[in-house]
Design a binder for this molecule. Sequence first.
Ligand code: 5GP
Length: 207
Amino acid sequence: MDTEKGLLIVLSGPSGVGKGTVRKAIFDDPTTNFEYSISMTTRKMRDGEVDGVDYFFKSKEEFEALIEQDAFIEYAEYVGNYYGTPVDYVRNTMESGKDVFLEIEVEGAKQVRKKFPEALFIFLAPPTMEHLEARLIGRGTESDEVIKHRISEARKEVEMMNLYDYVVINDEVIHAKNKVQTIVEAEHCKRERIESRFRKMILEAKK
Ligand code: 5GP
């Protein structure tokens, strides 16, 4: 019987929300059974980072040549540097039946949504979303300016959420990590997935 294809899992969200920290917590947990797709970037390596572990570090020329070769599922420019997801690793890993996990910024996530509409999209939201209501109503101590700013920031975040299947509020890293793992588990239990596996089995048995 064919191996069932793995899921493509995309974790994204606004800048500074803590995507990297949640991703590290997920992959530090030995019970995690999905594979992390290491991105390519043109940004400088930071202290403690390892080429091929944290990122594949490339020059701008190398990265642009890879863009020409269609080597990315998605790529984006973020704060003056390129970041991209290598297509080969993702496709091969999914084909082998393993789930692949991407932690990318929102522009890249939009591109993945177009190419892989069936992927699982999780939006990591700041903890302030949870307190938003109370904060927006406030205690009457905030200036109109501050409240207006909060409303416009919140509106942007809600609009960004649109293309995602799930929203996880990053109140505590451990909670966010657990929620992401639970969402992936639930996705594997979706009726459509199980049903198509059974249908395949029945077809195979008839042969
Ligand atoms: P940093 O430079 O702090 O490691 O990452 C900066 C941002 O780039 C983060 O929001 C991270 O999620 C995002 N990022 C990392 N890899 C990729 C990628 O392959 N594609 C896209 N679009 N964003 C990425």
